[in-house]
Ligand binder design. Structure first.
Ligand SMILES: Cc1cc2nc3c(=O)[nH]c(=O)nc-3n(C[C@H](O)[C@H](O)[C@H](O)COP(=O)(O)OP(=O)(O)OC[C@H]3O[C@@H](n4cnc5c(N)ncnc54)[C@H](O)[C@@H]3O)c2cc1C
Length: 466
């Protein structure tokens, strides 16, 4: 058996690694000159800078399991959760999120009721939510809905806008009015179905208890996870700078074309949704519609301050801040404003030299495309000005790193899971085809590792038809 894996992001590399472990012959095609896709770490002057993801959610086991299998146990570190505090930008100031929040749901009353983040009306909405359990249980809609309408039903407009929208934008770069609640917050949907009230559900379950640490990463950076997997692949199976342009399925074989042509028994397509759509639509027009997804762009600006410069900085304690975006569509698409910033040295202290400060700012959402073509110094200048207005005047950083990730985060729109079910039907009609990547069942690293490995296993041992 010969398998083609197209796309060398974490999903594709995980699939290739699984195939290699099983001794299956494969070719991994990657359009760029490096493997990892959005996962990229830059190490400089004692700073470990993540250009894309910086950690994975501890709750999901698959990335950690892989790291352990790859002998990286000593590299695994947890976020400094004694520093865990997230700020929300409100009226040009950083206001701390109350302690004990699970997303937008409180697990303790006192911090919420004393928080300046919420008006008396919003606090009342929180207090009333457990009393409305029965009403909320009967109000569960038959079909999918947006995150905004779900959160509004429980806690009202203010909570939706003040913390719901920025929290979701921070992960999905998306708009709460568009995102599917069933796809992006399935645990909360289940709680609503079972208990009506989300606050009561968290009180009853141990899920309300804060875990020791929410995020996990690797000391030397997440690129290490990719590099370790790549080290297990036969060098002859890796084709860098080989962009696949066309796929055909003929006589039970898969033909892959670029400026080359090769034949395989199965193909794992691990490219971003737009590319996958272009590759598959000529074979079945249904893919054109099923893979037409909005995707948001992200621009990461890392600002490194060496210890001697960092002395003058006064960064508040915590993991960083989220900035709610303007509600005006015109403003959102005309003024690029920061979506979030991570105080990296406080979240993962081993990522800076002693006494250094590393800020990782993000532009995203509707305004990000405006910056995709701007030169690095303009993007950095804008980030520095906006950060200075929130954190006090910042000195010139020792160095900066800018990365642009155009259309990198697909939006799971309302009805996403139904659309995925229809997509799967079309995929199953083409024996040997597997689709993996962040457009389908989760954008986080653990989900992509799981998808990559499961797809490889299905290719090796296909399910019997029917
Ligand atoms: C700024 C940012 C921060 C994030 N932070 C986190 C985080 O902290 N934690 C977390 O869990 N997740 C995070 N995510 C999400 C996560 O990083 C991504 O969802 C994930 O890395 C995507 O992996 P992938 O393999 O699906 O796709 P990609 O990484 O996009 O890989 C796809 C690959 O396909 C290649 N390709 C494209 N076209 C072709 C072609 N025609 N032929 C061959 N190859 C092709 C591309 O060059 C690329 O290498 C973040 C995402 C972004 C953008």
């Amino acid at each position: 058996m010969r398998v083609a894996v197209i796309g060398g992001g974490i999903a594709g590399v995980s699939a290739a690694h699984e195939l290699a472990q099983s001794g299956i012959e494969f070719v991994l095609y990657e359009a760029s000159g490096r493997l990892g896709g959005i996962v990229e770490t830059v190490c400089r002057d004692g700073f470990v800078i993540e250009c894309g993801p910086d950690s994975w959610v501890t709750e999901k086991p698959w990335a950690r399991e892989l790291a352990v299998e790859l002998g990286l146990e000593d590299e695994i570190v947890a976020s400094n959760d004694h520093w865990r505090k997230t700020y929300i930008v409100r009226g040009g100031e950083l206001v701390a999120m109350p302690d004990g929040m699970r997303m937008m749901v409180p697990t303790q009353w006192e911090p919420v009721l004393s928080s300046p983040l919420f008006s008396k009306e919003a606090q009342q909405a929180y207090l009333r939510e457990p009393e409305r359990a029965e009403e909320l249980k009967t109000a569960v809609p038959e079909s999918d809905e947006s995150v905004a309408s779900f959160v509004r039903r429980h806690f009202g407009d203010e909570v939706t806008d003040t913390i719901g929208a920025p929290l979701l934008a921070g992960v999905f770069g998306g708009d709460v009015d568009e995102l599917s609640v069933r796809a992006v917050m399935p645990a909360f949907v289940k709680m609503e179905r079972e208990h009506g009230s989300l606050i009561a559900a968290l009180e009853k379950s141990s899920r309300g208890a804060q875990s020791a640490s929410i995020f996990t990463t690797l000391k030397s950076g997440l690129q290490t996870l990719i590099d370790r997997m790549v080290a297990t692949l036969p060098a002859s199976s890796i084709r860098l700078r080989k962009s696949v342009q066309k796929i055909e399925f003929k006589g039970g074989k898969w033909c892959i074309f670029g400026p080359f042509a090769e034949e395989f028994d199965a193909v794992v397509v691990a490219t971003p949704a737009d590319v996958t759509r272009g590759l598959l639509s000529p074979m079945d027009p249904a893919f054109d519609q099923l893979l037409a997804m909005d995707a948001s762009s992200a621009i990461v600006v890392a600002l490194a301050f060496a210890p001697e410069i960092a002395k003058s900085l006064r960064i508040p304690p915590g993991f960083g801040f989220l900035a709610p975006q303007s509600r005006s569509a015109a403003e959102r698409s005309s003024v690029p404003s920061l979506l979030a910033c991570t105080f990296v040295d406080q979240k993962f202290s081993h990522r800076v030299p002693e006494g250094g400060v590393l800020l990782r700012a993000f532009f995203g959402g509707a305004s990000a495309p405006l910056l995709l073509d701007s030169p690095d110094d303009e993007v950095t200048g804008l980030a520095l000005r906006q950060l200075s207005s929130l954190l006090g005047q910042l000195p010139e950083p020792s160095f900066t790193v800018v990365r642009r990730w155009p259309r990198s985060l697909p939006q799971y729109a309302v009805g996403h899971l139904e659309r995925m079910a229809r997509l799967e039907e079309r995929v199953r009609a083409l024996p040997g085809l597997e689709l993996i990547g962040n457009a389908y069942y989760g954008v986080g690293l653990p989900d992509l590792v799981r998808q990559g490995r499961e797809a490889a296993r299905r290719v090796i041992s296909p399910l019997p038809p029917g």
